[in-house]
Ligand binder design. Structure first.
Ligand code: CP
Length: 329
């Protein structure tokens, strides 16, 4: 299915390079909207979007909300606290009630892998996955790729190292699917208890020594260590994790001089990433956050039937397409 008539965004697995490129190109055009004094285009005027967050979020939630406002959509926000979920209402009933209020698009974050797929099969509305369990976080994968492409132009010949708790990371999965499709080399590295068996089948290389993994890397994507994993015995101690797997300026000497450091947030400073690296010259962590708004504008616009916008199109061409809004059924 091409991006121009994609109704849902459930994951990056199975998306073609052409589809990924169209999404990134459209995001590139929308990025400029956030630089304007009036940060708004009418692309989603008349479209109602419900943001259903069943899990905590800072970046993704605010980013989607801003993307919706900048596209002139009407949006409503749902969180578990204060909702009827706390009275035992099911996901199905919650979603069907929201759809009964004539919502056009649903953005969902849920702790259960597959929750967005369940809603996509149930509802008429477009569904966008904002993170489902340990499965996928497709808009994070896209914004990470956008941030890399902004620096490199293309992915061919580039080496991306993903470090940390790969087994429980939806960010890692979406990055792997997208980057491999776009022709990058992907190396995963972390404690063996946090690397899934058979992950090589996704096209990545596993490296258990961090210094070897970082050799000639163009980007290192540092995953958040989920501290509850220590209680489960999946790594021995936070101090040891920081010593063996933490990204600091010394270990980064192995990477290329212009290697970028990425993190999806929220960061555990001093554990998976050293303070000076998080705030240093190589860090593009806040660029990722900035780019997240443009990427989510593109995803919402395209899933609502908007016509793809090429990266080189002018400001007035973006305005013309965004004004026309839905062009593809
Ligand atoms: N990257 C990310 O998903 O952050 P939040 O949990 O704050 O949304």
């Amino acid at each position: 299915m091409s991006t121009t008539n994609r109704k849902h965004l459930l994951g990056l697995e199975g998306m073609s390079a052409e589809d990924l490129t169209r999404m990134l190109d459209t995001a590139e055009s929308f990025k400029e909207v956030s630089e304007r004094p009036v940060k708004k285009v009418p692309a989603l005027r008349g479209t109602t979007i419900a943001n259903l967050f069943f899990e905590s979020s800072t970046r993704t939630r605010i980013s989607f909300e801003l993307a919706e406002k900048r596209l002139s959509a009407d949006s409503v926000n749902f969180s578990v606290i204060g909702s009827s979920v706390s009275k035992g209402e099911t996901l199905r009933d919650t979603a069907e009630n929201i759809q009964a209020m004539k919502v056009d698009m649903i953005v969902i974050r849920h702790s259960a892998a597959g929750a967005p797929h369940f809603l996509a099969g149930l509802l008429e509305a477009s569904v966008v996955n904002a993170g489902d369990g340990a499965h996928e976080h497709p808009t994070q994968g896209l914004l990470d790729m956008f941030t890399m492409r902004e620096r490199w132009g293309s992915f061919a010949g580039r080496k991306v190292v993903i470090v940390g708790d790969v087994a429980h990371s939806r960010v890692a999965r979406s990055n792997i699917h997208g980057l491999i499709t776009m022709g990058a080399e992907v190396v995963v590295c972390g404690p063996p208890t946090l690397i899934p068996i058979d992950i090589e089948k996704l096209g990545v290389t596993v490296e258990t020594d961090l210094r070897t993994a970082l050799e000639d890397a163009d980007a290192v994507n540092v995953l958040r260590i989920q501290l509850e994993r220590q209680k489960a015995g999946l790594f021995p101690s936070v101090d040891e994790y920081a010593r063996v797997w933490g990204i600091n300026s010394d270990v980064l000497k192995r990477a290329k001089p212009d290697c970028v450091v990425m993190h999806p947030g929220p960061m555990n400073r001093g554990i998976e990433i050293a303070q000076d690296v998080a705030d240093g010259d190589r860090s593009v962590i806040l660029d990722q956050v900035t780019n997240g708004v443009a990427v989510r504008m593109a995803v919402l616009y395209l899933c609502n039937g908007g016509a793809a916008i090429e990266s080189e199109e002018t400001e007035s061409a973006v305005d013309a397409k965004a004004t026309k809004g839905k062009q593809v059924a």
